[in-house]
Design a protein around this ligand. Structure first.
Ligand code: GLC
Length: 433
């Protein structure tokens, strides 16, 4: 069987109908803001990005990503530059194979916070999971993503849960303000980009999971009553759950094997938690279809798991040693087949990521004036570290194609430790309010 036929049989294509995808993103964004049926939760962050940040005031920060839990103390100097102290990280609770109760989960977070607790009164908590935020910046976990195993936490208030656990431990209850990592990244971009006079800001994450936040006019947020219609608010789209992507037979297989089938369909096509799983499915199906030599096919069939890093390393350089593929005996023709089969998986992910970012930039309605572009701050290991197929540059190319054709001006930026900086911004803005 030829590779083209193999892809067609599995309804896989690296090419996507970008216009249709953008239209579907926009339709579901509208529906989500109106409170209608949508795979996009469109969560109001209750952060007004226009507020000034208090300087010379320390704030503690927690950052629960997909893989790591980090803690630090942050303060902004008079010039608005963030100073991060005592940054430490450990594994995200609930990701080491043992299931945690809600109490154990919150206790673990309080334990991690303890060494810095004396540095500042309050906490900004960058919590990178779908969480409904209250006007006081507490947040109720809607569901876990990224395969975290702590089922009792679903439905609980995260900020109050951590505050109560800190109280049990230290006898003192901090205010814990919760925000999403995309919102934090957007705010971090704003805090360093202020002198450029951008028209608007977007925060995109492509790491263990994927998601994006942008600034919306309150007048368009129909599901929240009594908002000042003249102002704006940051919206966490939860785009990882978008269900309008081009699902192939490979994607169906990956989804079916997760703990949350049907959820996070877009994320399972492009993010670091799942790209390795996708690669393994594609390779094993290709081996079954006879696209590799017998010996290589047997080795591929015997692989029990594949991390995104091993997958990417090997497709970027099919002579890599020291990873999952050590056990597979490839001929050079097998290596050529591997490139032809796997590079399109990364190419598709790059196109989908570009479409996702473009959808948010188009939505914000700004960037017509070249003097005031839209600032897209990007964070996440998968975006910056994926080597195959010029990944990052391919996403940027996609953005130039899509947004350039529409006369929209934008810039991409990177802010060191954006989730930590942004959580500090949000925590300090809230303290002022
Ligand atoms: C997942 C989470 C989302 C987060 C994203 C990136 O999609 O649900 O809240 O922003 O990963 O970390």
């Amino acid at each position: 069987m030829k590779i083209a036929e193999f892809f067609a049989r599995n309804a896989f294509s690296p090419d996507i109908d970008t216009d249709a995808l953008l239209a579907e993103f926009d339709r579901q964004m509208d529906a989500g803001l109106a409170g209608g049926k949508s795979s996009l939760a469109m969560i109001p962050a209750y952060v007004d990005a226009d507020r000034a940040v208090k300087t010379d005031t320390p704030i503690n920060v927690l950052d629960a990503g997909g893989t790591n839990l980090r803690v630090a103390t942050v303060r902004f100097d008079k010039a608005g530059k963030a100073k991060i102290e005592g940054l430490r990280k450990c594994a995200m609770p609930g990701t080491d194979g043992t299931s945690l109760s809600a109490e154990a989960f919150f206790d673990r977070i309080a334990e991690v916070l303890e060494p810095v607790a004396g540095n500042a009164k309050d906490v900004g908590f960058c919590f990178s999971y779908p969480t409904e935020i209250t006007p006081a910046l507490d947040g109720r976990l809607m569901r876990w993503t990224k395969q975290v195993d702590a089922p009792g936490v679903v439905g609980k208030m995260i900020g109050s849960g951590v505050a109560a656990a800190v109280k049990r431990r230290l006898g003192r209850k901090p205010a814990v303000r919760v925000l999403n990592d995309t919102v934090a990244t957007l705010l971090a971009g704003k805090s360093v980009g202020i002198s450029r006079q951008y028209a608007s800001y977007v925060g995109f994450i492509l790491g263990t999971g994927t998601n994006i936040a942008y600034i919306e006019r309150n007048a368009r947020i129909g599901k929240v009553k009594r908002l000042d219609r003249e102002r704006t608010m940051v919206i966490n789209i939860e785009s990882g759950n978008f269900n309008g992507g081009p699902a192939s037979a490979f994607d169906e297989a990956v989804d079916a094997a997760t703990s949350d089938p049907g959820v996070g369909r877009f994320e399972k096509m492009i993010s670091g938690r799942y790209m390795g799983d996708l690669g393994l499915v594609v390779l094993q199906r290709a081996a079954e279809a006879g696209l590799f030599s017998k010996r290589a096919a047997a080795g591929i069939a015997a692989l029990a798991a594949l991390t995104t890093k091993d997958f990417d390393d090997f497709v970027a350089n099919p002579f890599t040693q020291g990873g999952a593929f050590d056990a597979v005996r490839f001929t050079d023709n097998d290596r050529r087949a591997l490139l032809a089969i796997c590079e399109p998986v990364f190419a598709r992910a790059a196109r989908l990521a570009a479409a996702n970012i473009a959808a948010a930039v188009i939505r914000c309605g700004e960037g017509r004036d070249p003097l005031h572009p839209v600032c897209v701050t990007i964070d996440g290991s998968t975006y910056y570290r994926t080597r195959t197929g010029f990944f990052k540059s391919r996403v940027e190319q996609g953005l130039r194609d899509i947004l350039g054709a529409r006369g929209i001006h934008f810039e991409t930026t990177f802010v060191e430790d954006a989730p930590v900086v942004g959580a500090a911004v949000a925590g300090l803005i809230a303290q002022e309010a």
